[in-house]
Design a protein around this ligand. Structure first.
Ligand code: MG
Ligand code: MG
Length: 276
């Protein structure tokens, strides 16, 4: 970080665009492939192919001991679900977390997809959990566009969840700075904290990633050492974007439109990052 704290130079901000864009393309390809009977290993292969076709590298594969491109978190799995040969079933709620590295910088994003079919009441509850989580993420991103301090993002996410649900916000997993490493300082909380964090100013790049539980926020880890589940067996899901703050405004690095469509109703217009 060369004495600039978490703030990236204009050149580094420009270099953040490509890994973000490729991460978005991989998730778009994966989302289109989700269907009953498809396995999460097949989704993993689609993501890896998309990332490599664009000259990037799946950065999850660079994590010690992890060999996949995605984490795939089905129903009660909260994070770090390992892609498997188990077919997705109608009504499954699957969070797909993905990242790519290109030109020395990283992108990181997650989406949640509901597999079509299944019990209508279950599907409706899962769709609502995903929608509230997704909206909370965008509320956090919109807050970043106006924030003086990073902690305002967590406040906005918590306020959205509290106003719209009785869901629980994970405290075990939070967002992070992103740049030359996938996980950098500063931490990005999904809830109100006493410490409001660093100033929001040009050069800040963060992955905002609320994980929301339908019920309790306690978790357990499977014997595989990776898979984290809700202790009460209830559903959980996550949405994530990597977002850059630059001199012209904010740009959602892992949204192909920079976040324009989702931010418009929130009164925020994202601004493309200049080339230099
Ligand atoms: Mg992620
Ligand atoms: Mg992340």
């Amino acid at each position: 970080m060369r004495g600039r704290g978490p703030y990236k130079s204009r050149r580094e901000l420009a270099a953040m665009r490509e890994p973000g864009r490729i991460t978005a393309l991989a998730l778009e390809a994966v989302a289109a492939a989700v269907a009953p009977g498809v396995t999460t290993l097949e989704l993993d292969a689609i993501a890896e192919r998309t990332i490599r076709e664009h000259g990037a590298v799946p950065n999850f594969q660079l994590e010690p001991g992890y060999e996949h491109t995605l984490c795939t978190n089905v129903n009660d799995v909260v994070v770090h679900g390992i892609p498997s040969a188990t077919p997705l079933r109608p009504g499954d709620l699957v969070t797909i977390d993905c990242g790519a590295t290109s030109g020395g910088f990283h992108g990181d994003a997650a989406i949640t997809v509901l597999v079509p079919g299944g019990d209508p009441a279950v599907a409706e509850a899962r769709a609502r959990l995903s929608e509230v989580t997704h909206d909370a993420l965008w509320a956090g991103i919109a807050a970043l566009a106006r924030a003086k301090q990073l902690g305002e993002v967590g406040t906005a996410i918590e306020e959205h969840i509290e106003a719209n649900s009785d869901f629980g916000i994970s405290e075990d997993y939070i967002g992070h700075g992103i740049g030359r490493a996938m996980h950098e300082e500063p931490p990005v909380f999904n809830y109100r904290t006493r410490v409001m964090g660093p100033a929001v100013k040009p050069g800040l790049c963060v992955a905002i990633e609320p994980i929301i539980h339908a019920k309790g926020i306690e978790t357990t880890v499977d014997a595989d050492g990776w898979t984290v589940r809700s202790a009460d067996g209830a559903d959980a899901c996550q949405w994530e974007h990597s977002v850059a703050v630059h001199s012209g405004g904010i740009w959602v690095l892992t949204a192909l439109d920079g976040g324009a469509e989702r931010l418009a109703p929130l009164g925020v217009v994202p601004v493309p990052i200049p080339d230099r």
